[in-house]
Design a protein around this ligand. Structure first.
Ligand SMILES: NC(=O)c1ccc[n+]([C@@H]2O[C@H](COP(=O)([O-])OP(=O)(O)OC[C@H]3O[C@@H](n4cnc5c(N)ncnc54)[C@H](OP(=O)(O)O)[C@@H]3O)[C@@H](O)[C@H]2O)c1
Length: 250
């Protein structure tokens, strides 16, 4: 299999890289922290995979486009692309700082487009391929306190749904993964209860299985899938009550 994964230097992405690293696999690995990327590369090579690592920032459109062209040339095609790189934190609207919110969209949305779109022409030529996005249960409703993160994941869900309907006529499948809470660097910073928190390895196995089964959408674990279905029906007033209260700046 020939596949590319972004955000492989920690958490879910690293777990996915290890999962797919096996003899015969050509693995494109992307993440910014070079030492971490080198360690993951070494591990995957030791498992028998051919690895094409790149210390890229997914926000850089031209560099991502060039990497895709190079990967296709070296691997002779592409079967699977997993747009996993993502960031998220509390909104902290009291800071009045738009830059953080813009960065969230740049990484989670533009970065995803930069990752997936350059591979579409080759997949069309081949007549097959699978595009995967790691979205989130958070993308089912604007959640006070992390509304911007939720909005980026809503955008991802919408993009993947629409692209999926358009691309299926070319034999290209789309899979949107909506994890609940998973152990990773991202959740390590959380200071609130995280119901049904999943170990990284468990989450990785579930994601890989959903990809292999060519699921269009997969939300897990199942109690969070139920929550995801209920979230759109929650009264807004209830959400306002759980919104974080921050003192206005002096
Ligand atoms: N953990 C959860 O509970 C959870 C739940 C739902 C959805 N998700 C989603 O799952 C995905 C993976 O997150 P995670 O939980 O595994 O978090 P993580 O451990 O923080 O991993 C995030 C990865 O993204 C990479 N990354 C961040 N910004 C990047 C950029 N500009 N360019 C390239 N790579 C970048 C990071 O590597 P570098 O910093 O080295 O670049 C890192 O490898 C994210 O899309 C996240 O939104 C996570």
């Amino acid at each position: 299999m020939r596949l590319v994964i972004t955000g492989v230097t920690s958490g879910i992405g690293r777990g996915l890289a290890y999962h797919y690293a096996q003899p015969g696999a050509v693995l494109g690995l992307i993440g910014r922290r070079q030492e971490r990327l080198a360690a993951v590369t070494e591990h995957c090579r030791a498992q028998g995979a051919t690895v094409l690592p790149a210390p890229l920032d997914v926000r850089h459109t031209a560099a991502m486009q060039a990497y895709a062209a190079d990967f296709i040339k070296q691997a002779g095609g592409i079967d699977l692309v997993i747009a996993n790189a993502g960031i998220g934190d509390a909104d902290n609207l009291s800071r009045g700082d738009a830059a953080y919110h813009a960065r969230l969209f740049e990484v989670n949305v533009i970065g995803l487009l930069n990752t997936l779109l350059p591979f579409i022409p080759q997949m069309q030529r081949q007549g097959h391929g699978q595009l995967v996005a790691i979205a989130s249960v958070a993308g089912f409703r604007a959640l006070p306190g992390s509304t911007t993160y939720a909005a980026t994941k809503m955008a991802v869900r919408a993009l993947m749904e629409g692209y999926g309907w358009e691309l299926r006529r070319y034999g290209i499948l789309t899979t949107t993964i909506n994890p609940g809470f998973v152990v990773s660097e991202m959740t390590a910073a959380n200071r609130f209860p995280m119901p049904f928190l999943q170990p990284t390895e468990v989450a990785v196995c579930k994601i890989a299985r959903a990809i292999a089964r060519r699921r269009r959408v997969y939300t897990f674990p199942w109690p969070m899938a139920v929550v995801a279905r209920l979230l759109p029906w929650l009264p807004g007033a209830l959400l306002a009550r759980v919104a974080p209260r921050r003192p206005p700046p002096a």
